[in-house]
Design a protein around this ligand. Structure first.
Ligand code: ADE
Ligand code: ZN
Length: 325
């Protein structure tokens, strides 16, 4: 039996974590007060009671408006440092952290404000023995033109992030909509990942486009690749990383996807477990590992394999990887 203590103690890489999704009710209220932003709630209980969602769209409708409380560089720094402390408590040694520029520029926050605050936290993370990096995500329900402009705006800060991703509402927003941005980002030496598998009807096609046309290194979620055995074999052969998020799955997907995770592990696909939006889905990375291990009776070997996969599919150097694998 795999205990919580074992999972907490195991070194891990966190590869699927939205920094805006680490905004805990306490910090949300504190920043709302400081910045005079009316969020419609004044107590922790009211904030928690407002967390009602049962699919991605209803989650995003709660998630984005809350970001209004983030106004200054220090706000973003404090948000990220709070996560870094959670990561340290969970023995996360390496973190690749998503941020959503368009969720902030669209409400008048300058690119330099959030990138500098978030980046400063990644520098200070080193003192806690955490190697933290940033991944810039495009919001797929916004226009191509907005993504193009976002990539352009990010270039002065090119040395402050290591990759690009794709998140938000997948429905009717296929990865190919952003083919040009992915291609350009790759030319700038950025790593590529993208969310896929919420749109049950279209997502196997989305996964195919990501693997065969765009050429991403990882897919975030993506467990319904099991629908296509040829694609599963392709993913295994090409060491594509899959980042599953058990607790968020219980809210915005039909279920935790345990059988899919076990099948992919068994077929040699490099899948690992992560926390997505821990302040909204009830737990940080160890809670996610534990929920999955407990619900589907994972062995110690399977849990260790997930953690090993997280380092293998991370974007750290070969030398750094050798320490953990
Ligand atoms: N943004 C934050 N969390 C997300 C998720 N789970 N899926 C898509 N977009 C997101
Ligand atoms: Zn996510």
């Amino acid at each position: 039996e795999v205990t919580k203590e074992f999972i907490v103690g195991m070194p891990k890489a966190e590869l699927h974590l939205h920094i805006e999704g680490t905004l805990e009710p306490e910090l949300k209220l504190k920043l709302a007060q400081k910045n005079h932003v009316d969020i419609g709630q004044t107590t922790i209980e009211e904030v928690r009671a407002s967390y009602q969602y049962d699919d991605l769209a209803s989650f995003l409708a709660v998630y984005y408006p809350a970001m209004n409380v983030l106004q200054t560089e220090d706000d973003f720094y404090d948000l990220a440092m709070e996560y870094i402390h959670h990561a340290a408590e969970n023995n996360v040694r390496h973190a690749e952290i998503f941020f959503d520029p368009q969720a902030h520029t669209s409400r008048g926050i300058a690119f330099e404000t959030f990138i500098n605050g978030l980046y400063r936290a990644t520098v200070d993370a080193r003192a806690l023995n955490i190697d933290a990096r940033l991944i810039m995500c495009f919001l797929r329900d916004m226009s191509r033109e907005s993504a193009r402009k976002t990539l352009e705006e990010s270039l002065p800060y090119r040395d402050k992030f290591i990759g690009v991703g794709l998140d938000s509402d997948e429905h009717n927003n296929p990865p190919m909509k952003f083919f040009n941005q992915f291609t350009q980002a790759e030319q700038y030496g950025l790593h590529l990942t993208a969310h896929a598998d919420i749109d049950q009807k279209g997502s196997i096609e989305h996964i195919r486009e990501l693997l065969e046309v765009i050429g991403v290194e990882r897919i975030d979620h993506g467990t319904n690749i099991v629908e296509d055995p040829d694609l599963v074999a392709y993913a295994a052969n090409h060491h594509i990383g899959f980042t599953t998020c058990p607790l968020s799955n219980t809210f915005v997907r039909p279920e935790m996807k345990g059988p899919e995770v076990l099948e992919l592990l068994d077929k040699g696909v490099k899948i690992s477990a992560h926390s997505d939006d821990p302040a909204y889905f009830g737990g940080y990375i160890s809670d996610n590992y534990y929920a999955l291990a407990d619900a589907f009776n994972l062995t110690k070997e399977q849990v260790v394999m997930l953690a090993r996969n997280s380092f293998e599919t991370s974007w750290i150097s070969k030398e750094q990887k050798a320490i953990y694998i």
